[in-house]
Design a protein around this ligand. Structure first.
Ligand code: URA
Length: 211
C-alpha cells in the first residue's frame, strides 16, 4: 500500500474550513467538491494513458489520451456520493460504479447492501472515493470486493485518514496489489466512538444533514 498526503496550501485552507463546526451543509458540499478536484489531480498522476496521433490545425502530432478500458470511479455510499462531482469534473469519461457497505453491528463485519459495478474489473483502474478513512473496515471490504472482480490497481481518495485505519488497510492488503491512498491529511487518532480526531465530525451528516 502506498500513501500520498496531498500537501498544498489550497487543500490545507479548504480542509480547515471543512473542519470548522460552523460551516453549514451547502458550503461543506461545495468545499468537498473543490477539495476532491484538487485531490483527483494528485490521485490521477499514474492514470493509464496511450499515445495517439492527431492533427492540429497546422501539423500532424502525437498526443496523449486516457487508455482503454476507462477508469472507474466507485463512491462508497452514502458519504462518498458527496465526492463524486469533484472527481468526475476531472475524469468526465470515467465510468461510475456504486458500492454500499454497512457494518453488521453484531459481527462488526462490513456487508454489501448495494452494488452497481461491472462483474469483471480486470485491467481497470478503480478510484474508490470515501471521505473518512477511520477504522479502515469499510475501505478494506471495498478493496477486497474490487479484487474479487479482478481489479489490481486501486486508488482510494479520502479527505481524512486516521493512523489506525491506515494500519488496518496496510495489514489487510500488504503488498498484494497496487493500492494507493490519497488523502488531504492524516489526523491524530480515533476516539472511542470511532470518530477521527480532530476530524470534521460525521461526513455524511455534514454533507446531507442528519437523516
Ligand atoms: N466517519 C465519519 O463520517 N467521521 C469520522 O470521524 C469517522 C468516520
Amino acid at each position: 500500500m502506498r500513501l500520498h498526503v496531498a500537501d498544498h496550501p489550497l487543500i490545507a485552507h479548504k480542509l480547515t474550513v471543512l473542519r470548522d463546526v460552523r460551516t453549514p451543509s451547502p458550503i461543506f458540499r461545495q468545499l468537498t467538491e473543490e477539495l476532491v478536484t484538487l485531490l483527483a489531480y494528485e490521485a490521477t498522476r499514474d492514470i493509464r494513458t496511450e499515445s495517439v496521433e492527431i492533427d492540429t490545425p497546422v501539423a500532424h502530432a502525437m498526443g496523449t489520451a486516457l487508455a482503454e478500458p476507462r477508469p472507474i470511479v466507485v463512491p462508497i455510499l452514502r458519504a462518498g456520493l458527496g465526492m463524486l462531482e469533484g472527481m468526475t469534473r476531472l475524469l468526465p469519461t470515467a465510468e461510475v460504479g456504486f458500492l454500499g457497505l454497512q457494518r453488521n453491528e453484531e459481527t462488526l463485519e462490513a456487508i454489501t447492501y448495494a452494488n452497481r459495478l461491472p462483474d469483471d474489473l480486470t485491467g481497470r483502474q478503480c478510484f474508490v472515493i470515501d471521505p473518512m478513512l477511520a477504522t479502515g473496515g469499510t475501505l478494506v471490504a471495498s478493496i477486497e470486493y474490487l479484487f474479487e472482480r479482478g481489479a489490481r490497481d486501486v486508488i482510494c481518495v479520502t479527505l481524512l485518514a486516521a493512523p489506525e485505519g491506515l494500519r488496518t488497510v496496510q495489514d489487510a492488503i500488504g503488498d498484494r496489489a497496487d493500492v494507493t491512498i490519497v488523502t488531504a491529511a492524516v489526523d491524530d487518532h480515533l476516539n472511542e466512538k470511532g470518530y477521527i480526531i480532530p476530524g470534521l465530525g460525521d461526513a455524511g451528516d455534514r454533507l446531507y444533514g442528519v437523516v
